[in-house]
Design a protein around this ligand. Structure first.
Ligand SMILES: *Cc1c(COP(=O)(O)O)cnc(C)c1O
Length: 384
């Protein structure tokens, strides 16, 4: 049978981090700790209440949830935004798809700086948007001057910046984000009209802060720039630090004009009553849900120092990218697949991702991290 696939989908594979049944899962940057029992009980009660109204469509504009998310951001980052500056969807993946649906499209370009999140080119493909990636430096930072020149050359309508970046863990300094936002404001998107004063529409800048809660002391959030840049959207998620990957709830903060554009492209009632109730119950227990984040940050820092002291199969010290996230990118291995497989054989699943020779491991519980360390030591010995 032949199906009429869009030509650009020919040979494409679905997103595929392996989901394997092994004892130690350190492959998709989840919080290894389950939600605490008192939050589980609250969720169960609130979902039961929502179930009594399941014959009705949910609140399409979910303003109560947006208010809760704004309250959380104010606490987390000290930045005040109004509920109508918030947006949410089924994971920040859907939030970013909404951004591309609203601001990408045929004849337009989205860009980022690689290595970065593997889903970005897929949002572009799925919205018929051209995709281009500039390169990050050898240490995975973004050179601001080179980024500005690239933006001026390409004239994109959407710029995606992950900070902390996945899979490298690299956070961008605010000065770099500012330089990119300034360059974005000067972009002339080919089919977007200028305003009455002749000012071009400019490009939308998306800072994907999926891992922001894990950032090291002194690393600021791009939320602090929202007041200066109406084209800036800062995306967050409840999937990582917030210990709710199974919920599928991502969100962003931006200007109300930008949020209003996303309301146009979303599907009607895209956030179910059950998801809204669950997210609100979890947000009512922010401290409990985020209780392990400081532990995980400390574990991350000690895992990085441990890795930096290890000798690889080729006799050199392992390298580890500086990380503000709950994972570390380490290497380099002449045969990274053999290392990944050796760990899997010992019950430890990590991710084979990033530039050649590198591997990514998520921060788990102390027991999980111990098992990872012992297994890695074994595997390196075996391969040396
Ligand atoms: C995990 C991750 C997300 C979160 O995706 P959700 O759809 O919210 O689960 C977003 N961006 C990056 C870079 C990620 O690594």
């Amino acid at each position: 049978m032949t199906l009429p696939y869009r030509p650009e989908l020919a040979g494409e594979k679905p997103y595929g981090a392996p989901q394997l049944d092994v004892p130690v899962l350190l492959n998709v940057n989840e919080n290894p700790y389950s939600p605490p029992e008192q939050v589980v009980a609250q969720i169960a009660a609130d979902v039961a209440a929502a179930a009594r109204n399941l014959n009705r469509y949910p609140d399409r504009d979910f303003l109560a949830l947006r208010a809760d998310l704004a309250t959380f951001l104010a606490r987390e980052s000290g930045v005040t935004v109004t509920p109508d500056q918030m947006w949410a969807a089924n994971g920040s993946n859907e939030v970013m798809l909404h951004l591309l649906q609203a601001f990408g499209g045929p004849g337009r370009t989205a860009l980022s700086f690689a290595p970065t999140y593997s889903m970005y080119p897929e949002y572009a493909r799925d919205t018929h948007t051209r995709w281009l990636a500039g390169r990050r430096a050898e240490d995975f930072t973004v050179d601001a001057a080179a980024a500005v020149a690239f933006i001026a050359e390409v004239q994109p309508s959407v710029i995606l910046l992950a900070s902390p970046n996945n899979p490298t863990g690299t956070a961008l300094p605010l000065a770099t984000i500012r330089a990119i936002c300034d360059a974005a404001a000067d972009v002339r998107v080919p089919d977007a009209p200028a305003d009455a004063d002749g000012k071009p529409a400019g490009a939308v800048v998306v800072v994907d802060e999926a891992y922001a809660e894990f950032r090291r002391a002194g690393t600021p959030s791009a939320l602090t720039l929202l007041g200066d840049y109406p084209h800036l959207a800062v995306s967050r998620t409840m999937s990582k630090a917030f210990a709710a990957a199974g919920l599928r709830l991502g969100y962003l903060a931006a200007s109300t004009d930008l949020v209003d554009a996303l309301r146009v492209v979303r599907l009607p009632y895209h956030l179910s009553a059950v998801a809204q109730a669950t997210a609100r119950a979890a947000l009512a227990h922010t401290d409990a849900m985020l209780a392990q984040v400081n532990t995980l940050r400390a574990e991350r820092d000690s895992l990085v120092s441990w890795l930096r002291k290890q000798t690889g199969p080729d006799g050199g010290r392992l390298r580890v990218a500086d990380t503000d996230a709950n994972f570390a990118l380490f290497g380099t291995f002449p045969d990274r697949h053999a290392v990944w497989q050796g760990l899997l054989d010992r019950g430890v699943l990590i991710r084979e991702v990033g530039p050649d020779g590198w591997l990514r491991v998520s921060v788990g519980t102390p027991q999980e991290t111990d098992r990872f360390k012992t297994s890695l030591t074994d595997v390196i010995k075996e391969l040396t």
